[in-house]
Design a binder for this molecule. Sequence first.
Ligand SMILES: NC(=O)c1ccc[n+]([C@@H]2O[C@H](COP(=O)([O-])OP(=O)(O)OC[C@H]3O[C@@H](n4cnc5c(N)ncnc54)[C@H](OP(=O)(O)O)[C@@H]3O)[C@@H](O)[C@H]2O)c1
Length: 322
Amino acid sequence: MRGKKILVTGGTGQVARPVAEALAAENEVWCLGRFGTSGVAEELQAQGITTWQWDMEDDSEYAFKGLPEDFTHVIHSAVRRGDDGDFNRTIDVNVSATGRLMAHCRTAEAFLFVSTGALYARQTLDHAYTENDPVDGVADWLPAYPVGKIATEGAVRALARVLGLPTTIARLNIAYGPGGYGGVPMLYFQRMLAGQPIPVPLEGQNWCSPLYTSDIVRQVPRLWEAASVPATLVNWGGDEAVGITDCVRYLEELTGVPADLVPSEVTRETYRFDPALRRRLTGPCEVGWRDGIRLTLEALHPEHVRPEHVQPEHTRPEHAGR
Ligand SMILES: NC(=O)c1ccc[n+]([C@@H]2O[C@H](COP(=O)([O-])OP(=O)(O)OC[C@H]3O[C@@H](n4cnc5c(N)ncnc54)[C@H](OP(=O)(O)O)[C@@H]3O)[C@@H](O)[C@H]2O)c1
């Protein structure tokens, strides 16, 4: 993809930052956000990205004043997760900011909204969720989050039709890789390092469809190509179903750090996706989960990777890094 004018929200985050950085090589990229972390705006600017102050909580008429309107592609990844438990505020901020963003970028060729798989109604642990499975927005670990996403998906569907703006809603699974904190697998590894228990189901294990950073970066332009009116809806996960317990056992094997797996009534629930539609839209993933986990560990915790597991540079998957 080259020569496009691209707007990115959430461009300081785990998901969209590597996308913005990769696209900046051959496109004009603008990142909108608060840039509260010291130095992050400068780091993006150093890669040719234009940074622009935007707070989703700002509902004034000035929120977009001075921002160009001629963006060709938008990825809207920023989210107010609702960590404060305020359902109404979470719905209002996400829905209003997203609606205003879509209206501002109404002439774009494609708008991509990053949603979540956490909105699906829980079925069996190993169920492969399709786009037509029922949603209920129940997540004990962050109750307002999936409710805000369901509400925002509604706004996105409506605005796509009203504006005639080709749109894709991508319900993301676990994003992981060398950038940021590394994603959910590295949260488990941090618990292992700290000797903290990892709750696992009383029977079976939790399943997920993790997606490695470089596959995310590669698939975004394909998701823009898939944008339509009415909005295209797709489960955005990796090709492989991965058991969380299997993943933790692999972390043990790579590092020798033991995991304290504790069977529990309540665990961090994850979702396995049926990858069929996403594969049709984007083509297959390129980084297998074992390679992805090892590369992430090597980048973030190199001192813990047993020497026999460090892969020589020349045999690594192409573009496996950020
Ligand atoms: N990571 C995952 O595994 C995963 C899984 C499923 C779905 N998702 C979805 O993917 C998207 C990106 O997630 P992430 O993990 O990259 O998030 P993240 O690392 O937690 O970053 C959150 C981003 O949201 C922006 N943001 C938050 N509040 C904002 C506000 N009031 N105004 C403007 N920007 C604001 C932040 O920008 P500033 O730094 O400028 O404040 C930051 O870039 C989210 O929509 C999330 O729901 C992620």
